[in-house]
Design a binder for this molecule. Structure first.
Ligand code: TRP
Length: 344
């Protein structure tokens, strides 16, 4: 069955390899089989970047270039700029009544992010409720599937809860109005940082960007964390927790070759520089075509803006249709039967 897919990214910086394995790869694979919407979540970006609007605006185009460079096809997938669809903000306001502050406080991803950003009592209210706005993004498009990395699972769970609550509270005349979404995890749902930390994250400075040039990638790979006990090539090394091998698992098409490298590394006799050289070769083979496509689109910026304009218009029509049904189910004044005067 053809389903609807929606996912999104905050335009606060360049997208990196973690975004690719967590979600971008799935979108590219599925974009022709399903109705695919990709949201550049600039309103969500403002929830913790309210004071740098120019940066957010600039990265709207940067993220669009990242999408196009990894092979998102604007004829198959619809790229939508969140702030240009006011229906999403409207649905967020309705949804805020269907979730409690206590429930929001339990969201582990928001908790982690608040800690990471050093927010305590001074967390912006908009940031605290961004999972609700994300639920509205998903519900407005009636998405069944949301391709995300595993850090986003609590968000999708909350979106499903809010949708269930909405459908129970406001049963539509013709059956439930909104669709309960499900997360779709990638083959690799999380990529460690170059520092060996659990997650690649721009704010931690441990990322390899899809737009990094060859010298930058080489420098980052050379500086990668490995096994701190593996001091000499002849010593046995640890593969677990070693991000060089995690990246090989994610990007090296030669799985048998990776298995052999792991065996040799564990046994001792294989130096970090050799494994890193293989990783660099694999990453360059992956990033080369991405860089070339990016350069082509970057020469045609008016075409990129056209992709955004046309995608946003198509996306807005979908969200607007959902919002008419939502208002009617909610019995808002001026909607549906009441508007025609047949009931009141
Ligand atoms: N929160 C997501 C992120 O951090 C971005 C996002 C915004 C999103 N709206 C969405 C993801 C809707 C999935 C569905 O990258």
């Amino acid at each position: 069955m053809r389903k609807t897919i929606l996912t999104g990214d905050r335009p606060t910086g360049p997208l990196h390899l973690g975004h690719y394995v967590g979600s971008l790869q799935q979108r590219v694979t599925l974009q022709r089989a399903h109705a695919t919407y990709v949201l550049i979540a600039d309103l969500q970006a403002l929830t913790d970047h309210a004071d740098v609007p120019d940066r957010v605006r600039e990265h709207v185009v940067g993220v669009a270039l990242d999408y196009l460079s990894v092979g998102l096809d604007p004829d198959a997938a619809t790229v939508v700029v969140q702030s240009q669809v006011p229906e999403l903000a409207e649905l967020t306001v309705y949804f805020l009544n269907l979730v409690t502050v206590a429930r929001l406080q339990r969201n582990p991803t928001v908790k982690d992010e608040m800690g990471q950003k050093g927010f305590a009592a001074d967390v912006p209210a908009g940031f605290f409720v961004y999972p609700v706005s994300q639920a509205a993004d998903i519900a407005a498009f009636k998405a069944h599937l949301v391709p995300v990395g595993d850090d986003q699972l609590p968000m999708i769970e909350m979106a499903a809860e809010i949708v269930r609550r909405f459908n129970r509270t406001y049963p539509g005349a013709g059956g439930p109005v909104l669709v309960e979404p499900e997360a779709l995890l990638g083959r690799v749902s999380r990529l460690p940082g170059t520092d060996g930390g659990p997650k690649m994250s721009k704010s931690l400075g441990n990322v390899i960007n899809l737009s990094d040039d060859a010298d930058t990638v080489a420098r980052k790979v050379r500086g990668m964390f490995t096994d701190p006990q593996h001091l000499r090539a002849q010593d046995p090394g640890r593969v677990e927790g070693n991000p060089v091998f995690a990246y090989l698992d994610a990007f090296d098409p030669d799985a048998a070759g990776v298995a052999e490298l792991k065996a040799r590394y564990r046994a001792g006799g294989l130096g970090d520089t050799v494994v890193k050289a293989r990783l660099l070769e694999v990453l360059e083979a992956f990033l080369g075509p991405i860089r070339r496509r990016r350069a082509e689109w970057a020469r045609e910026l008016p075409a990129v803006h056209r992709v955004l304009r046309e995608g946003t218009a198509r996306g807005r029509a979908v969200a607007a249709a959902t919002l008419s049904e939502v208002r009617e189910a909610m019995r808002l004044y001026g909607q549906g039967e009441a508007a025609t005067g047949t009931r009141e």
